[in-house]
Design a protein. Structure first.
Length: 285
């Protein structure tokens, strides 16, 4: 019996290692393919210049700036809302039909196709609220897109905080909000930031929502306000790869754009991971 258990354990670990190795191999192949085809297009001019000749020449600077605006804008809206919603659902709400309905709505939103969010953003922010095709409309739409992920990650982080922490604080006469703010949240912040990290990649790579709410293919200038149209790397890459009469001519730009997008996501993720590590170190002190 013991030998069979050992054998089963070795088989299970072997399968897990194979699965992990396959995932890593696929990622490395994709990265190698993009880097090997895109590095030749990368230069200071490519990163800092405006596009020219219908994007067959020049750089992608406006698309880089537009993508960063979208990431910052959507995270700035979604993170506070997601964290507050998670705090309410975890710490204040009581089991019942209302809470169940909210939980089901969050689950359904998490599985909703991004194009549906784009259509909603077009109807609500662009048309009804009158924000027009703009950074504001696109950022709010993307914020709704990632909101379920942040809520779920924040809920899981709050649930990992032991109940004894809450009970000990309340036993000392501290109010519930003070307990949440000074005891629960500091322990849960690293996990909450994980939700933001998971959302960054999706925000940076989404095309359908921004296509319907403000992205432009060729706009050789920087946005001057949150109500301006903008260029963005994912939509820019999509159009380069699928439309136009100069697809072969712009192929190096396509791979260069994809490589820059990967680098931006990596850099933003590194910043988020650094913030999470900072809070974890504070907890250990």
């Amino acid at each position: 019996m013991f030998s069979n258990a050992k054998l089963n354990e070795k088989i299970a670990f072997g399968l897990l290692k194979i699965a992990t190795g396959m995932v890593v191999a696929f990622v490395l192949v994709i990265l190698y393919y993009i880097v090997s085809n895109g590095y030749s297009a990368i230069s200071i001019e490519f990163i800092t210049e405006m596009p020219r000749s219908r994007m067959t020449e020049g750089g992608i600077y406006p698309a880089i700036v537009g993508t960063l605006y979208l990431i910052i804008g959507s995270i700035a809206v979604a993170m506070p809302l997601g964290m507050l919603a998670a705090i309410y659902l975890t710490e204040y709400s009581k089991p019942g039909k209302t809470t169940w309905a909210i939980e089901m709505a969050i689950n359904n939103l998490a599985g909703t196709p991004s194009v549906v969010f784009g259509l909603f953003g077009l109807a609500m922010f662009v048309k009804y609220l009158g924000f027009g095709a703009s950074i504001l409309s696109a950022s709010l739409t993307l914020a709704l897109l990632i909101l379920p992920v942040i809520i779920r990650a924040s809920q899981e982080a709050l649930l990992t905080v032991p109940k004894e922490y809450r009970e000990a604080s309340l036993a000392l006469g501290v109010t519930k909000w003070e307990t949440i703010r000074k005891v629960v949240l500091p322990s849960a912040i690293p996990g909450m930031i994980t939700g933001a990290i998971l959302s960054i990649g999706r925000v940076a790579g989404e095309t359908a929502p921004i296509l319907l709410t403000g992205a432009a293919y060729f706009l050789p200038r920087l946005p001057d306000s949150i109500y301006s149209q903008f260029m963005a790397l994912p939509y820019h890459l999509y159009v380069l790869a699928t439309s136009g009469t100069s697809i072969a001519q712009t192929r190096p730009i396509q791979y260069g754009t994809a490589l820059i997008l990967l680098i931006i996501v990596l850099c933003v993720n590194i910043v988020a991971v650094s913030v999470r590590s900072h809070y974890r170190k504070k907890l250990k002190r």
